[in-house]
Design a protein around this ligand. Structure first.
Ligand code: BTN
Length: 268
């Protein structure tokens, strides 16, 4: 059973109904749940439409990429999962989640952010300047012999410092840590939904150029930064050389270009 939507989320959702063009309707809210991605996947299996979202104030089993835990204490972050059904959009959803999150954070709070491939949203701040993670995106798809059934796009944004354990402070941050003031999670949610809905409409009609241009503008480190990453062929050490049209990271290693489609990169 879901819970009634708190007023600080319900009011901005109602007020933004036209801007969202239905993306985020219905919103299924839980004060606490295991993982919003799991709840959204169950709803998708039962036939819930694209644009349905599941939102929680706390998750007891929040998960991140590569099997990691996503810390999700009560009222410390935005934890939201959206049901996507377009097979045409599916290959780009990871990038779309990163762009929607990054643009939403900047629009709702004014905080400048960047994307670290594929979709970590980071802030570069402090002395010495460091890259700290503010938000992450987890895309989980289900296909059958009939083709793609759904992709659940889960987004976690650290709003308050309580969102992550204090020992992660050298590599994680929150919007309030960076800005030194409280932020409105309802306004942040609305911006995520407006941008994500717009990107998905484009992608579903076969247009990916706009998304790729926006992703590239948000990810200057994807062009020329020294990095290393694990690949099926072993450790790759090189420099980022942009992203391919399908979203793969291109890495220059000596005189050849390698494609990286999954995994994690480490900046050197
Ligand atoms: C990452 O590792 O960077 C991805 C983190 C994704 C976290 C979000 S929070 C909402 C949704 N529910 C989950 O269990 N995970 C995603």
């Amino acid at each position: 059973m879901s819970d009634p939507l708190p007023a600080d989320l319900a009011e901005p959702l109602v007020a933004s109904s036209r801007r969202r063009r239905g993306f985020g309707d219905p919103t299924i809210y839980f004060a606490e749940t295991g993982s919003t991605n799991d709840v959204a996947a169950r709803l998708a299996e039962q036939g819930a439409a694209e644009g349905t979202i599941v939102l929680a104030s706390a998750q007891t089993a929040g998960r991140g990429r590569m099997g990691r835990v996503w810390h999700s204490p009560a009222d410390a972050g935005l934890y939201v999962s959206a049901i996507c059904r377009s097979a045409r959009a599916a290959p780009y959803l990871t990038l779309a989640g990163g762009v929607a999150t990054a643009e939403a954070v900047s629009a709702a709070t004014g905080l400048p952010v960047e994307i670290k491939w594929p979709n970590d949203v980071v802030v570069i701040s402090g002395v010495p300047r460091r890259r700290r993670k503010l938000a992450g995106v987890l895309a989980e798809g289900v296909s059958t012999t009939d083709g793609l059934q759904h992709v659940i796009l889960g987004i976690g944004i650290n709003i308050r410092p309580a969102a992550y354990p204090p020992e992660f402070a050298d590599r994680a941050t929150s919007i309030e840590t960076e800005l030194g003031r409280a932020v409105d999670r309802g306004a942040l949610l609305v911006e995520v939904l407006v941008v994500l809905g717009e990107l998905l409409r484009d992608l579903s009609s076969g247009q990916s150029a706009n998304l790729l241009a926006r992703w590239r503008a948000l990810a200057p480190s994807a062009q020329g930064a020294p990095l290393e990453c694990d690949s099926p062929a072993g450790l790759l050490t090189g420099t980022a050389a942009g992203i391919a049209e399908d979203g793969a990271l291109l890495v220059r290693v000596g005189d050849r270009i390698e494609r990286v489609v999954s995994g994690e990169i480490r900046w050197k």
